[in-house]
Design a protein around this ligand. Sequence first.
Ligand SMILES: Cc1cc2nc3c(=O)[nH]c(=O)nc-3n(C[C@H](O)[C@H](O)[C@H](O)COP(=O)(O)OP(=O)(O)OC[C@H]3O[C@@H](n4cnc5c(N)ncnc54)[C@H](O)[C@@H]3O)c2cc1C
Length: 484
Amino acid sequence: MAKKKIRVAVIGAGPAGATAAYELAKKNIDVDLYEASPHVGGMARSIELWGQAVDIGPHRFFSSDPRVNKIWLEVIGKDYKMVNRLTRIYFRNKFYMYPVQAVDALKNLGIIEAALCVGSYMIERIKPGRNDLGDTFESWVIARFGKRLYEHFFKTYSEKLWGIKCSELDADFAAQRIKKLSLSEAIKNALFGGGSEKHKTLVDQFAYPLKGTGQVYERMKKNIIINGGNVKLKTPIDSLLMKGRNVTGIKLASGEEIKYDQIISSMPITILISRMKDVPNDVVKANKTLRFRNTIIVYLLVESNKIFPDNWIYVHSSELKTGRITNFKNWVPEINNNKKETILAMEYWCFDEDDFWKWDDEKYINLAKEEIVKTGLIKPNKIKDGKVIRVPKCYPVYERGYKKPLVKVEKFLSSINNLQVIGRYGAFKYNNQDHSILMGLFAAENIADNKKHDLWGVNTDYEYQESSTITESGLVVNSKVKKQ
Ligand SMILES: Cc1cc2nc3c(=O)[nH]c(=O)nc-3n(C[C@H](O)[C@H](O)[C@H](O)COP(=O)(O)OP(=O)(O)OC[C@H]3O[C@@H](n4cnc5c(N)ncnc54)[C@H](O)[C@@H]3O)c2cc1C
C-alpha cells in the first residue's frame, strides 16, 4: 500500500513561511501556504509607488550562511545587482560616515569631544569588574564603549526605536544586534584600531533584487505553485484545531476547518496562543507580557534625482522624531524606472496605545516634510506628494526580563505535537530576512527530512559552520566561487 502523503499548512507568506512552503513543495510534500494579506513577502515585500518600486523601509539582504545564500540565489537567479553600501548617521546637524572613518569622525566630533570619548572609554577599560557587561542594554554598551559614546551614539536612536529607556532594554538585544549600531564600534576601530576581521554589518556591498526585495518571495510563490503547492492569499487563519496536545488542522477566519498533519506558523505568536484552548494560566500570563513596537513609514516623492548619496541615514538627533531616512534612488536603478523624482522613506516608531499610532495620514506627512527640511537635505517646495504605510507589531521588544516569560511560552509551544512556530513575529525573534529564511528552511527539513533542527536557537546562539558571501558572480564559500 502506498504511504499516505503528509499534508502541511504554512501560516503566513513572509520570508519565513514562504521559504518553508517553497522547500516543502520542492520536496514533493503537499503544502498549502495561507496568507492573510493580498500579497506575499510580509514585511519584506516590495510595493509600487508613483511608478517606482520601493520596500517597506530599507531591506538589505545579508547572510554568511551558505544555505540561506544558496536559497536566495536559487530563487533570484541572475536578477540581482551588487549595491555599494553607503550609510551615515545624522547627529547634531552633522553627518558621520558609517562605518566611521577616523578623520571624518575626528573632524565631526572635534578634538576635544573625541578626546573625552576616549577618556570615558578608558575609564571603563580600567574599572574593576570591567568584564561584567550587566544585564541591560545601557550597562552593556557603557561597559564596552564608555558613557560618552553611549550617550552620543546609542541612547537616542535606541530609545526612539524601542520606546523604553535603554536601562529597561535587555542586554540580549545588545549582544545580538549591537554591531548594527556600530558607529561606536567603528569609532572604536577608528580611534583604537579594530581587529583584522570586518564585522558582518560593515560589509561594503550587498546583493539586491532588480525589482525590489519582495521579488524573492514573489518568485518563491511561483515556484510553490509550479511544484504543486497552493498559495492562498487573503485567507487569514483564525486558530489551530487541537486534540489534546496534538494539532490536527486549522480554522480559517471564515469559519472553515481543514485537517492537516503538520502546521508551520509564522502568524503572531501572541495571537496564536491567545486563541488556543487549555493553555496553562502561567503561559497565558507570560504571553500577555510580550510587547511589540509598530513602525509608520512616510514615503515622500521629491522632485530631484540627487538628494543625498546614502542608501539610508540613521537619525540619532533627539530633536527629530524620525529614526531613519531611506533614499530608494541609491539602491538599483531598475526600481526607479527611469523616473526623475526620488522616493524617500522616513521611519517613525510607536506602541499600539500611543496617540501617535492614531494620527491621520496627512499629519504624518506634514511631520515628515517638516523634519526632512530641518535636516537641510531638501527644500519644502521640492516635495510633491506623500504616502503613509503602517507596519503593526514589527519589532519584538526585548524588555529587561523578557526571557523568562518567553521561555515559558517556548516550552509550552514545544510541547504541542505537529506544530512549529517560525519568524519574527511568529517566534518573537528580532529576525532579519536571513534568520527567517533559515527558520523556514529548518522547519521544512524537520518535516520532509526528519531532521531535528532547534528552531528556537536561530538568531540567538546560532553559529554558521562555514561562511559564504553573495558576489556579482555568484556564491563564494570559503573563498571558492560556486558557479550558478
Ligand atoms: C522597516 C523595516 C526594515 C527592515 N530592514 C531589513 C533589512 O535591511 N534587512 C533584512 O534582512 N530585514 C529587514 N527587516 C526585517 C524583515 O522584514 C523581517 O525579518 C522579515 O520580513 C520577517 O519575515 P517573517 O516571515 O518572519 O515575518 P513577516 O514578514 O512579518 O511575515 C509574516 C506574514 O504572516 C502573515 N500573517 C499574519 N497573521 C496571519 C494569519 N492569522 N493568517 C495568515 N497569515 C498571517 C502576515 O500578513 C505576513 O505576511 C526590516 C523590517 C522592517 C519593518
